[in-house]
Design a binder for this molecule. Sequence first.
Ligand code: ZN
Length: 328
Amino acid sequence: MKMRILDSVLLLATVGCVYTHAQQPAPNSVDGHKLAAQRAAGLEYPGLLGRLCVVTPHKENAPPRTPSSAARRPAPDRASWYAPPFKVFDNLYWVGTKVHSSWALKTSDGIILIDTLYNFASEPEIVDGLTKLGLDPATVKYVIVSHGHGDHDEGANLMQQRFHAHVIMGGPDWDAIEKANPMPGGTPKRDMVATDGEKLTLGDTTVTIVLTPGHTLGTLSLLFPVKDQGRPLNVVYSGGTAFNNQFDADRFQMYIASQRKLAKLAADSGATVLLSNHSEFDGAYTKARLLASRGPNDPNPFEVGHDSVARYFTTSDECAQAALLEYK
Ligand SMILES: [Zn+2]
């Protein structure tokens, strides 16, 4: 209950206004799209709503990655980001920080790792986290990097060099990281370039890769199955969320098209679990901790249902439409 009250307060604080029936904005207006987003987000996605409908869209939140800034930037205090690892489903493990997520999908023939965090976090969270969970990091066969930004790709080189894992990224993001300066942790060598609809099978598990350009031009999203206490569920993983300083009108249109494409694929696959790579958007850190006190008949907090999955994408779609109108 405390969570719900907190969420409500956050939601109202971030959106900043509540419309009455007498003052409905036109549907295709900035306020109309923001109201639609607010309704879709409900009490479940205040972070998504806040980031996409409230934060000024043309400001990149992450600092640019240059060798000088990366070298000078000290790793933040561990207490501010370290989170213990958690088992989330029978075959899915969360090895993220309080802010960023890395997911380990265990198959009958090794692990598919999704995202690799900042360099400072990749060893303590991923390598040590998997070990703490009783998993061997040397069994990671594939590393899927959702997109080429430091909070998701800086651990890729470690996994490639130390454990000989294959690294999969979108083509434009391989290009971008190769053109940029060496990243903290080292730039991984170009390996597998993702294609749209590609099925990556390892052992008994198949991940479907979906190209969802927008946040970056090579952003990857995913569809894959998990089991919760033996019950099969389908996951949709959204690989890039925020608008940034690369956005112009065409980029907003591209982003909107990707949200709609992924929303349809999620609905068609029957996805009832929505995952992201920032806890801000999917509540992963909070939900993972809630699982620790899960009773035998309690639902898994990550299983949000078809309607909630659809509303997640409606929120991002509507906020992007509002931002596009603001941009024009
Ligand atoms: Zn990013």
